[in-house]
Write a protein that binds this ligand. Structure first.
Ligand SMILES: [Zn+2]
Length: 63
């Protein structure tokens, strides 16, 4: 069973849309990943709900 789903979010630095992969078997996760466009570190907070679309919050690392 594949619990990975792809979501699109806007980079908090450059505003470009980037795709991230979410592991829906994990209810809450946070991690830092560099923007694919401007290469600055974005802090992701992902919450998943069974049978529903996940919610993603993005934050600048320097806040
Ligand atoms: Zn960016």
């Amino acid at each position: 069973m594949n619990l990975l789903s792809e979501m699109e979010v806007a980079c908090p630095y450059c505003g470009e849309t980037i795709s991230i992969m979410i592991d829906e078997s994990v209810a809450e996760q946070s991690y830092i990943e560099d923007c694919q466009v401007c290469c600055r570190p974005i802090s992701f907070m992902v919450t998943t709900y069974p049978g529903e679309e996940a919610s993603v919050e993005v934050r600048r690392e320097d806040d």
